[in-house]
Ligand binder design. Structure first.
Ligand SMILES: [Zn+2]
Length: 162
């Protein structure tokens, strides 16, 4: 048994399921194979949903393994166990802009959005240069908001931005 597993005793069902669906046979390596593909929220009347850990969840983080193509759903609490990957950071940032569209996404999400062709080179460069700024001009704020909407549209198609 390695030290990571010992440090997370309550996460056994989750870790075992993730390892089964991954190429790597250690948790530290396995989490790196997983990307966030969507975040959805249950609506009233929807069937119950469960995290891999067994907990009943309302916010569903859909994750996908880039190597095996396996897909899984975890809750917004267990997504934090993917700390050594970018998944947790992305999930937190994506959640933040869902609540407040003017907030900044993380670099990993912007890099993936550029790679996927969701945003232009110029938009990615703009984002990087203004990412750390707390106060944006109205024009900069509008551009960031526009880029955030574009990324949300691809990452979370089920999410409607106002
Ligand atoms: Zn969980």
């Amino acid at each position: 048994m390695n030290t990571t597993l010992q440090a997370l005793p309550s996460a056994f069902p989750l870790i075992n399921s993730i390892l089964e669906m991954s190429k790597a046979d250690s948790w530290v390596e396995a989490v790196k194979e997983w990307d966030l593909s969507d975040i959805t929220v249950l609506k009233p009347g929807d069937e119950d949903a469960f995290c891999l850990c067994g907990h009943n969840i309302r916010e569903l983080c859909h994750i996908e393994n880039s190597g095996t193509g396996n897909q899984a759903i975890v809750g917004n609490c267990c997504i934090k166990k993917f700390l050594s990957s970018e998944v947790a950071t992305s999930a937190r940032r994506v959640n933040a802009i869902k609540k407040e569209i003017g907030k900044a996404l993380d670099e990993g999400t912007i890099a993936r959005a550029l790679e996927a062709g969701w945003i232009s080179d110029w938009e990615a460069a703009f984002y990087t240069s203004t990412q750390k700024k707390r106060k944006l001009s109205t024009k900069q704020f509008n551009i960031r908001t526009r880029i955030n909407r574009a990324v949300l549209l691809h990452l979370c198609p089920s999410h409607q931005t106002k």
